[in-house]
Design a protein around this ligand. Structure first.
Ligand SMILES: [Zn+2]
Length: 243
């Protein structure tokens, strides 16, 4: 994998999420590379870079590999290896942080706890896994599908498979639940966000679907014949799936 290919496949948002960093709505954040008290760093999602405006800082403009290099205090070679590792991590393994500024109901639901718990629950729930197979979601694990048990304390989404909706910074802001028995489907209050995530700067083709479940099923279309429609488009990037 060449360095440009790595840079194209790894978004700055993913690198920031890996280190538990989160820029504000305008892209500004506290610089992790100097003792910053004034959010000197600005993140540019369109160019996949960040820039520290503090004169005293050892870094100015950093791309994804530079960012890793400075965070890990390693050399470029080690940073490239780390970057490759991050590319291979399924979306569901990105750190899940509880959303801020949600409605009270959504806050009470604690998406940041429910979703990770659901990823564990589905592994032990034969009916939920069978439902996934029935709906064409063979790769439920890779797709970040969870399951919320009927026995959970809060009522929302009981007996549903769950999917996370993320904001433009990759943070989970809502959940979608589809009952494995019966027709019910639900969103957490104040629904927002996209599954699997917002398109990034490498997106060449954007597929919008009528329902979240339709989007989850698209990877099933990523067969060699589908791929051959346009060999120049890397379909694995359409949905942020990593090869
Ligand atoms: Zn700085």
């Amino acid at each position: 994998m060449t360095i440009p290919a790595i840079k194209a496949a790894l978004s700055i948002a993913q690198v920031l999420a890996h280190y538990g960093l989160e820029p504000g709505p305008t892209g500004s954040m506290t610089c992790p590379f100097h003792d910053d008290k004034s959010a000197s760093m600005k993140v540019y999602h369109d160019t996949n870079t960040a820039y520290c405006f503090a004169g005293s800082c050892e870094v100015n403009s950093v791309d994804v590999i530079d960012f890793i290099m400075h965070m890990e205090k390693c050399d470029k070679r080690a940073a490239i290896l780390k970057a490759k590792e991050l590319i291979g991590i399924p979306l569901s393994n990105l750190p899940v942080r509880p959303p801020k500024g949600e409605t009270d109901q959504a806050k009470a639901l604690d998406i940041g706890t429910i979703y990770p718990a659901s990823l564990e629950a589905i592994k032990k729930h034969a009916a939920a896994k069978a439902y996934c197979l029935e709906r064409g979601l063979k790769y439920w694990d890779f797709l970040g599908v969870g399951y919320k048990s009927r026995k959970t304390k809060d009522k929302w989404g009981r007996g549903c498979i769950l999917l996370p909706l993320r904001d433009e910074r990759g943070k989970i802001v809502s959940l979608y639940g589809r009952a494995i028995k019966g027709p019910g489907h639900y969103y957490t209050a104040g629904r927002k966000g996209l599954y699997p995530h917002y398109p990034d700067h490498t997106t060449k083709t954007l597929i919008l679907t009528g329902s979240v479940l339709d989007a989850v099923r698209i990877p099933e279309l990523l067969t060699p014949s589908f791929r051959s429609i346009d060999p120049h488009v890397d379909n694995s990037r359409l949905l942020g799936l990593r090869r």
